[in-house]
Design a protein around this ligand. Structure first.
Ligand code: ADP
Length: 332
């Protein structure tokens, strides 16, 4: 789909380079032509007079003029051959340059297409489950309990879809949103405390303990409060999800001179070394059956985007069946 644009760019590059070479050749020829004129004859005469005074005759002038014309004709021929060769080579070089110029655009486009296709796939599955269930319930009259069950299931599916749409919108608007946001002072201890209380019900249901270990000094950074809350929320929510009942989740804040470190550690199922390299990719899930049913593999990709937009880093350290630590470093 970029072929036409590449061809146009190739033509522009070719015209530019060939034009430059032609101009250069014309300049070289013009300059040589000028310097082989009267001035050149006088120069040769002067040199000759030094060796044999008064010995520069009309015949000498004619010889020098003819020699100049021969040299000019040969230069003309060489410049023509050179430009003809360039005429053959430049378009090829221009094509390679055009390909190189389009590489990043093509890559971004391929990523975008992959994202749209993954997103459509993720949306299609719950929508067809929902349609199937609702259609089945309408095939004949059923007891109230059955309808209640179907409505409850449908509602859960709709909630998941809403979350997915919210996550997709995050990525769709990301470019604009993250570059437009005004950063302000954010106290990460406050944000973490708020997130833990939002998730209290979820951890309580699994009899888990979520412990916050703040730094003695306030952990204040420059950032966007909404995105930072989402970052910490996603990490703690994952820790709760992927940790069995009665597990422990620790959130530690460490205040350094120029940055704040946020560490979310759990005693959960862990992530294998191989999967650790993919968990920040969009739509990547280690094994949908081992964790929550409602995950789409976007949570950590969102975390990575937020951390990147704050010029920070995020790392994972994990051991299967033992636990996981996510370490986020954010500049102040
Ligand atoms: P999901 O919506 O599936 O949780 P995420 O992007 O948040 O998507 O996480 C990607 C994958 O990384 C998850 O499917 C899960 O298997 C794994 N993962 C994330 N956090 C943890 C954790 N604390 N412990 C174990 N596995 C985790």
């Amino acid at each position: 789909m970029f072929t036409q644009a590449k061809l146009k760019l190739t033509i522009v590059y070719s015209l530019f380079f060939l034009g430059m070479f032609w101009l250069l050749s014309a300049a070289i020829y013009g300059w040589t032509h000028q310097s082989l004129g009267q001035g050149y004859i006088s120069q040769v005469r002067e040199e000759h007079e030094k060796i044999s005074p008064g010995g520069f005759t009309q015949t000498h002038t004619e010889i020098v003029t003819t020699a100049g014309e021969v040299a000019l004709a040969s230069l003309r021929r060489e410049l023509l051959i050179l430009n003809a060769l360039l005429f053959l080579i430049v378009p090829e070089v221009a094509w390679v340059l055009a390909q190189k110029s389009f590489n990043p655009v093509e890559e971004a486009h391929a990523r975008q297409r992959q994202f749209v296709s993954d997103a459509s796939h993720e949306l299609r599955t719950p929508l067809s489950v929902l349609t199937g269930e609702l259609e089945l319930s309408l095939t004949k009259t059923r007891p109230v309990k059955y309808y209640q069950h179907v409505i409850k299931d449908s509602l859960e599916e709709i909630k998941r879809l809403s979350q997915l749409v919210r996550d997709l919108l995050f990525f769709a608007r990301q470019g604009k949103q993250l570059s437009d946001v005004n950063f302000s002072s954010v106290d990460l201890t406050d944000v973490t405390g708020r997130v833990i209380s939002h998730l209290h019900q979820k951890s309580k249901m699994k009899h888990q303990q979520v412990k916050l270990i703040p730094d003695t000094l306030p952990s204040v950074i420059k950032g966007n409060p909404t995105f930072l809350e989402q970052l910490i929320y996603n990490l703690i929510q994952n820790a709760i999800t992927y940790t069995p009942e009665k597990g422990l989740i620790t959130v530690k804040l460490i205040n350094k001179k120029q940055r704040v470190v946020v560490q979310v550690t759990d005693t959960g199922i862990g992530i294998s070394k191989l999967n650790q390299t993919h968990i920040f990719d969009r739509f990547f899930r280690v094994d949908p059956s081992r964790g929550r049913r409602d995950g789409y593999g976007l949570g950590l990709a969102i975390c990575k985007s937020i951390v990147d937009s704050h010029q920070g880093t995020i790392q994972v350290n994990s051991k299967l069946n033992s636990g996981t630590t996510f370490t986020v470093i954010l500049p102040k």
